[in-house]
Design a protein. Structure first.
Length: 295
């Protein structure tokens, strides 16, 4: 009976990513029940709606989302649920990069980002305004828990600050290092840690590379002395191997979201994993865990 009362007292929240799920949990702790609508090991732009998403939306009081055009499936999922939770678009709390770059519309196929680069959670400093926006939404829903939410966020920010100091120390020797990325996921991360992205395997987000583009990219990498290719778990192993073989660059497979790699178990460890893998690749250390993505 008591357990049922406690469950009923928690605020139900649906987040559109595991990263936002963890940030909601950091602020809400035991006062919220938050689940992610998506699996980080799958395409985040997938348009198929699954029953689990509809069920979560039906039970949610709040919907915390990445925004921009990162979730083209979401309006249909909300419509299928027949209920509209309170919308918390955390993209409004951050400065969005590439918002002035002309792109195809959000409903174009293949998917292109139409309103700016949506991977802003990969700048750990953005967790500060994101959790501030989450705090505001949780307090609006549960004003009696304001002090609890504020204390939870303060504890999280202390962990974040310690992490930022750790990550900066690890990457500062590589300031200005040039990278090539497979997907346009990493500009926020690169800006935060003073790294330079000189090219991408995809000519445009979501568009497969042409042979001519890859040939130009190889020449650019050789001319610029690019030492590292940043891949993600879903990247094409054949293309990554071709680039690495043609240029001598090392491969660092980084996790774009919490849970995309087994070791990236929460928001803080996401950066612990990525910073360490990238630093080892840039430093050419023995035993480097950077690797070619899985097929």
């Amino acid at each position: 009976m008591l357990a049922a009362i406690l469950v009923a007292a928690t605020l139900s929240v649906a987040a559109t990513s595991t990263d936002l799920r963890d940030l909601v949990a950091a602020v809400g702790a035991d006062r919220v029940r938050v689940e992610s609508l998506t699996d980080p090991r799958q395409d985040p732009h997938a348009r198929e709606i699954v029953p689990r998403q509809v069920a979560l939306l039906k039970s949610a009081a709040l919907l915390v989302r990445i925004g921009l055009d990162h979730e083209p499936w979401l309006p249909r999922a909300v419509a299928a649920a027949g209920i509209t939770p309170r919308d918390v678009d955390v993209s409004r709390a951050v400065v969005v990069l590439d918002s002035d770059v002309p792109r195809l519309s959000a409903d174009a196929r293949p998917h292109l980002h139409a309103y700016g680069n949506p991977h802003y959670w990969l700048d750990p400093e953005n967790a500060r305004p994101i959790t501030a926006r989450i705090l505001e939404a949780l307090v609006a829903a549960r004003p009696e828990d304001r002090a609890v939410f504020e204390a939870n966020r303060a504890r999280f920010l202390a962990r974040l600050d310690a992490g930022l100091a750790r990550w900066r120390r690890r990457l500062v020797p590589f300031a200005g290092a040039r990278l090539v990325v497979v997907h346009d996921t990493w500009p926020y991360f690169a800006r935060r840690f003073d790294l330079a992205i000189t090219g991408a395997v995809e000519e445009k987000p979501g568009v497969p590379s042409s042979p001519a583009h890859l040939a130009r990219l190889i020449e650019r990498m050789r001319a610029a002395g690019v030492r590292v290719i940043v891949a993600e778990p879903g990247a094409s192993p054949a293309i990554v191997r071709r680039l690495a073989g043609a240029t001598g660059a090392r491969v660092a497979t980084l996790a774009p979201s919490v849970g995309a790699e087994p070791d990236a178990t929460d928001y803080i460890t996401l950066f612990d994993v990525n910073v360490e893998r990238l630093a080892r690749a840039l430093g050419g250390e023995a035993g480097n865990p950077a690797r070619v993505p899985r097929p």
